[in-house]
Write a new protein. Sequence first.
Length: 307
Amino acid sequence: MGQAWGFGRYGGPEVQEFFDRPDTVPGRGEVLIRVDVAGVNPLDHLLRSGLVEGLDGGRPFPRVLGMEAAGTVLARGEDVNGLEVGDAVFGFALTGGGTYAETTVLSAPNTARIPEGLSATVAATLPVAGTTAVDVLDQLSLPAGATVLVNGVGGGVGLAVARLAVGRELRVVGTGSTAKREHAEAIGVRFIDYTAEDVAAAARELVPDGFDGIVDLAGGTSLRTVAPLAQDPRNVIAVGDMSVPDLGGRFVERRVDRENLERSARLALDGLLAPVITAVHPLSDAPAALATVENGHTSGKVVIKVA
C-alpha cells in the first residue's frame, strides 16, 4: 500500500485527491518500480481533464497522475527483457499506472536503465521532454549553422529542444513570456518576448530570409503567427497542435521506446541535453507542482521527489 495523487473523475483541479492504493502487480511486459522522482508535464492535466484519450490503460477511477518517472525495479512481469529487480530505471507510464505515487508500473519496452553518472532527478525529465527534443530535431534534420525558431521556448520541452539545438550548432531563436527570458538566454537562445514585442516583426528582423525550421510548442493562434516565418512550411513541426498540417507543416513523430530513452540519457550525460530543473516538490506538494505547470507560470522543468 502506498500513497498516490490522482483524480476520481475527469475535470479540473477540483477532482484531484490523495489516496492509498496497493502496489500494482506487474503484468506481462511490465515492471513494478519504487518511484524516486516523477516528472510533471502539461500532458498530466490534459489527461485529468479528459482531453487526451488512449493513454489511461483502461484503468478504473481513481487514476494516478503522471507520465514519466525514475526509480528502482521491485518486481517484473512475464516477458520482460533487459531489466532486473534492483535496477535503477526511467521511463513512461504508458500502462496508465501514473507516476505521482510511491510505486507504479511501467511498460518494459518504454523503460531503460539509468546509466551510471546520471541522477534520478535528471532521468525523470527525459521520457517526455528529452525524447521529444530528440524527435523534433531529428525530424527537421537541419545542418549546422541553420536557423530554428522554438515557439514557446520557456517550458521543459522548449528548453530541452533549444539546448539540444545549440549543441547541434544551430542558430536558435525562441519566443516566450518575460519570465522565461533568463533561462533561454543562458543556453544561447536569441529571445523574443511575446508580451513586449510583435513576434513576427522581431523574428523577421533577426532572420530576414525566414527560418530553416520551426518547432512549435504553443499551438493555436501563436502557431499561426509563426508558421509563415518558415522558408518551407514542411519544416514547421508542432508538438501539441494537431492542426499543423492545415498550415503545410507536420506533427512530431514520437519514438518512446527504450532505444530513444537510452539515446536521451547519453546526450544528458554528455551535457547536450541538460534539463533546466527549476522546482523540486515533495509528493505532499504535488497539487502545487501540477498547478504551476497547468497555469503556465513555470520556466523549465518541475519534478516531484517521491522517495
